[in-house]
Design a protein around this ligand. Structure first.
Ligand code: SF4
Length: 258
């Protein structure tokens, strides 16, 4: 199934279940998804390889687009709670990510100084110094951790390059910045294989990773919109609340978003 792609650099503002009134920024191509993962639940659809290098907007084009939208919102006396980097894939893959963050901070300070800047990321680029430096300048880093075992990580997130869950966890532990973990829970038979990150041995190992990472918050959520595989089941709010309670027993804050 094809996913839904954002067809603008700046989109919204939308009322987000996690970030209030959120103005989104998409750093990735408008006509295709670009990501280092191929998550089975991705709302943008599956990650495809077209064989050609995708065209990215430059930092200058993104700045101009952002400034125009900020001016229009300010003229209507509308102000977002959050400026959220999300969009058609993984934002930290943009080669000018650091300059884009600097430009966004300057524009935020000029137009909406109370708004927070949030980056939703899958954490695969935390081994790049420039990416970590940029993320350390913003208000909220919301980084993905969906599994306890490497087997389930490979089955859910399906990284395109060779990377293990232990390596992702190491990068999250080494990240000294402001860090929230987002974890999506699901179950379903995908390509003949049962995938379930709510079973006890998955949850126990996921908790042990969280104990090492020590995020300021763990966000738990189920699938929300259409996913590439219709066999994925939405985990109930009551199950997520039980998992959140277990996060709290290890001394971490947890919130469920349904
Ligand atoms: S990391 Fe995000 S954008 Fe990338 S495949 Fe997974 S859900 Fe989609």
């Amino acid at each position: 199934m094809a996913g839904i792609l954002f067809d603008e650099i700046v989109f919204g503002p939308v009322r987000s279940r996690r970030f209030g009134v959120s103005l989104g920024i998409n750093l990735l191509p408008l006509d295709s998804k670009m990501c280092s993962y191929d998550c089975i639940y991705c709302e943008c659809g599956l990650t495809k390889h077209s064989g050609h290098k995708p065209k990215l907007f430059t930092a200058g084009e993104i700045k101009e687009s952002l400034q125009q939208r900020f001016e229009a919102l300010a003229a209507e006396s509308l102000s977002p709670d959050n400026i959220t980097f999300a969009g058609n894939g993984e934002p930290t893959l943009h080669p000018q990510f650091g300059a884009i963050i600097d430009n966004t901070i300057a524009l935020r300070d000029q137009y909406f100084p109370a708004a927070k800047i949030t980056v939703l990321s899958n954490a695969t680029m935390l081994n790049r110094k420039a990416v970590v430096e940029a993320l350390n300048k913003i208000d909220n880093n919301v980084l993905k951790l969906d599994a306890g075992t490497n087997e389930t990580f490979q089955a859910i997130n399906r990284p395109l390059a060779r990377i293990t869950l232990d390596e992702v966890v190491e990068r999250l532990v080494a990240f000294k910045g402001d860090l929230t973990i987002q974890s999506l829970f699901l179950r379903g038979v995908i390509e003949g294989k049962m995938i379930d990150n709510t079973v006890e041995h998955e949850v126990a190992l996921w908790l042990s990773h969280l104990e090492k990472i020590r995020p300021k918050l763990v966000m738990l959520y189920p699938i929300d919109r259409r996913t590439p595989y219709t066999s994925i089941e939405k985990v109930s709010e009551s199950e997520l609340l039980i998992l959140a309670g277990r996060v709290e027993t290890i001394g971490l804050k947890a919130e469920v978003f349904c």
